[in-house]
Design a protein around this ligand. Sequence first.
Ligand code: G3P
Length: 215
Amino acid sequence: MELFLDTASVTEIKSMWDLGILDGVTTNPSLVAKEGRTFDSVLREICALGIPSVSAEVTATDTDGMLREGRRLRAMHPSIYVKVPMIPAGLRATKILAKEGTRVNMTLVFSAPQALLAAKVGATYVSPFIGRLDDQGQDGMELIREIVTIYRNYRVPTKILVASVRHPMHVVDAAKIGADIATMPLAVMEKLVQHPLTDLGLARFLKDWEKVPKG
Ligand code: G3P
């Protein structure tokens, strides 16, 4: 499974990129707003790191506006995937952008029918938000199971990008089900690396190593 960071912070991205475990980055308007910088400067800096997949979201809510923004974003860097919301105007825009060769990440997906439609209009990624479903008492991971089944039934090439991930078990469960990608905040990705028994084991090995005669 590919692992993406859900952030617009270049510092955060660099820290995981250096570890060699990062496959891509997803941003959204809320994450970009936290950085206090222009959208373009943030995007250009992220792309310059060499990240192969960088999702950047349109903010227009009409098809023409989405097309304008989507084409501009796509022209900015070959690594950019255009994020388009799952609304009727977004379906229209995705169909056109996909035909033009733009890779679209359909976002704000909360149901299996919406995922079916994202595939139908040629989205490269579909982004179901599981944490936000969990937050309101629905089982987000059940949605991932449904989408995996539907896409397998019809050999749909659209990749399932599990978004709104809150903890490592979301990542593990998504991988067990067979989702293609999980995007997560830095805190969750750091937890994937850490285990207290690893730290304890290493400390013990190093302590014992001191007892070994050197020379
Ligand atoms: O970037 C989309 C998604 O991952 C947002 O997550 O935590 O705001 O629900 P969250």
